[in-house]
Design a binder for this molecule. Structure first.
Ligand code: LLP
Length: 443
C-alpha cells in the first residue's frame, strides 16, 4: 500500500495520483520521475481516468436533472486533438472560440453538429469556416456580427442555428480579467440597458439565421452556486419578457462555464452534482413561476474537467539563498508554460515528485528560467527539507489554461504533453524543437 500525501495535496492532485514504494509520485500507474527522464521537463502529465471521470460526472449529473440538458466542454481550457477525441468519446458537446480551435476539433473528427462556435469578434473567414463545417450553433456577440453571419449564410446558402450572447449584469466574485457577466464587459448584449431585447428582435426578424436561444457566461473560477442561481433567474426573466413583449419563444438557455476548482488546499469548490441541481432546478422552478416552458439547459465547463487532471513536472536547476529573506528555487520552465500566476496572481502548490511523501516544512519561492523578475511560479511554496538540485518538482492543477496559454518567450520551446492511464504513457503533444521555433521565420 502506498504512503499518504502530505495534507492538502490529495484533493488537488489527479484522481489516480499515488506514491510508489520508493516514494515517487505516480499518476495513472506511471512513475512521474521516470516520465520526466523519458520525455524531458517541463512536462504536462494528464491523468486520462480523471478527465473521463469529470466528463462522466457532468454527463450523468445533468442527465439525471433533465433529459434535454447539454454539457459542452469548453475547448479553450485544453484544446488538443487528444482532448477533442476524448470529449467526443465521452459524448459531450464542444465549445470552440476561434477558427484554430474549430480546426483542431474538426481534425480530431469531432462531430460538427455538436460544436458551439464562440468569440466576440469572429473574422469573416472564421465565420465561413463554421458555416462550411455546418457547426451546431454559432453564438452571436454583437449587431455587426449578426449582420456578418446573416450575409455570409446567404452567400453560402445555409441557415445556421444561432444563440445570442447576453450579459446578465451579474458581478461574480472572481478575478476581474475572468469576470464577464457584468454590464461593463466586451462580451455580449446587455440586459440592463435594453440592448439585449433589441438584439433578440433583430435576430428573430432575420430570415438568414434561426434564433434558437440565449447564452450567458458570468465568469470563471466561481465558488458560489448562488451566483449561478441569480444568473438563471435573470435569464429566465429575460426569456419570459422576450416572449411577452416580442412574441419570441426561445427554447435554449446556455449558461456558460465557470465552476471553480481547488488549486490549493484553501480552495473549497462545489460538486458537479450540486452545480447541476442548482442550475437545472432553478431554471425549472423559475420558468414555472414565470409561466414559460422549461428551457433546454446547457453548460460549458472547462476548468472543472481539465484543471485537476494534470500536473506539470519541472527539474530543479539552482537553489539560491538570500539570507534572512528567501530561498529561490529555479526550475526549467516558468511563464512560458504557466502564465496564470503572472497574469492573475494565481496560486499553486508544489511537491517533490521523487520524495512525494515528504512533509513540506521548508518555505521557498519557485522561480522560472525567464529573464524577468516577475517570472515566479509560486511565491511561498512549501517543499521538503531534503530539497536538492536535480529534484523533480510537480505543480498540481495545471490542466486548464496552462498548456493552451503557453508561449515562446525567450524562444523557449513549448513543453510536451503526455496522457497516462493504466501504467502507460503516450505523448499527445510533442515538445517543440528549435526548428519549430524558426519554422515561420525568413532565414
Ligand atoms: N464558456 C465561455 C463562453 C467562456 O468564455 C469560458 C471561459 C468558458 C465557457 C469556460 O469557463 P471555465 O469552466 O473553464 O471556467 N484564462 C483564464 C480563464 C478564461 C476563461 C475564459 N472563458 C484562466 O486561466 O483562468
Amino acid at each position: 500500500m502506498s504512503a499518504r500525501f502530505p495534507e492538502g495535496l490529495a484533493e488537488i492532485l489527479p484522481m489516480t495520483a499515488a506514491i510508489s514504494a520508493d516514494g515517487h509520485l505516480t499518476i495513472g500507474g506511471c512513475d512521474t520521475v521516470e516520465l520526466a527522464r523519458e520525455f524531458g521537463t517541463p512536462l504536462y502529465v494528464y491523468d486520462e481516468a480523471h478527465l473521463r471521470d469529470r466528463c462522466g460526472q457532468y454527463r450523468d449529473s445533468f442527465a439525471a436533472e433533465a433529459e434535454s440538458a447539454r454539457v459542452i466542454f469548453a475547448g479553450k481550457s485544453f484544446c488538443t486533438l487528444a482532448m477533442c477525441r476524448l470529449v467526443a468519446e465521452e459524448g459531450l458537446y464542444l465549445d470552440v472560440a476561434s477558427g484554430g480551435e474549430l480546426a483542431t476539433a474538426l481534425a480530431a473528427g469531432f462531430p460538427a453538429e455538436r460544436i458551439y462556435f464562440h468569440g466576440n469578434n469572429k473574422s469573416e473567414s472564421e465565420i465561413c469556416e463554421a458555416l462550411v463545417a455546418d457547426v451546431g450553433r454559432i453564438v452571436i456577440d454583437s449587431f455587426e456580427e449578426l449582420a456578418r453571419v446573416a450575409h455570409l449564410a446567404r452567400e453560402h446558402g445555409v441557415r445556421p442555428r444561432v444563440l445570442l450572447r447576453i450579459t446578465p449584469g451579474i458581478e461574480a466574485h472572481t478575478h476581474e480579467f475572468i469576470r464577464t457577466g457584468q454590464l461593463d464587459s466586451k462580451f455580449g448584449f446587455g440586459v440592463e440597458d435594453g440592448v439585449a431585447a433589441r438584439a433578440i428582435k433583430t435576430a428573430a426578424e432575420e430570415p438568414a439565421v434561426e434564433l434558437v436561444g440565449v447564452h450567458a457566461h458570468i465568469g470563471s473560477q466561481i465558488f458560489l452556486l448562488h451566483s449561478y442561481a441569480k444568473a438563471v433567474d435573470v435569464m429566465i426573466d429575460f426569456l419570459a419578457e422576450t416572449k411577452a413583449n416580442l412574441g419570441v419563444d426561445l427554447a435554449e438557455l446556455n449558461l456558460g462555464g465557470g465552476l471553480g476548482i481547488a488549486y490549493t488546499a484553501d480552495d473549497t469548490p462545489e460538486t458537479i452534482a450540486g452545480y447541476a441541481s442548482t442550475i437545472v432546478g432553478e431554471a425549472r422552478r423559475h420558468a414555472a413561476e414565470r409561466g414559460i416552458a422549461e428551457p433546454m439547459v446547457a453548460v460549458e465547463p472547462g476548468r472543472s474537467i481539465t484543471g485537476n487532471a494534470a500536473v506539470t513536472l519541472y527539474e530543479v536547476g539552482t537553489i539560491k539563498e538570500v539570507p534572512g529573506i528567501r530561498t529561490y528555487v529555479a526550475v526549467d520552465g516558468g511563464m512560458s508554460d504557466n502564465l496564470r500566476p503572472m497574469l492573475y496572481g494565481a496560486q499553486y502548490e508544489a511537491l517533490t515528485a521523487n520524495r512525494a511523501h515528504e512533509e513540506r516544512t521548508r518555505e521557498v519561492t519557485i522561480a522560472g528560467k525567464h529573464c524577468e523578475s516577475g517570472d515566479v511560479l509560486i511565491k511561498d511554496a512549501r517543499l521538503g527539507a531534503g530539497l536538492a538540485v536535480g529534484d523533480i518538482i510537480a505543480t498540481p492543477a495545471t490542466g486548464a489554461y496552462g498548456w493552451v496559454m503557453s508561449n515562446n518567450y525567450n524562444a523557449v520551446p513549448r513543453p510536451a504533453v503526455v496522457f497516462v492511464a493504466d501504467g502507460r504513457a503516450r505523448v499527445v503533444v510533442h515538445r517543440e524543437s528549435y526548428d519549430d521555433l524558426l519554422r515561420n521565420q525568413e532565414p
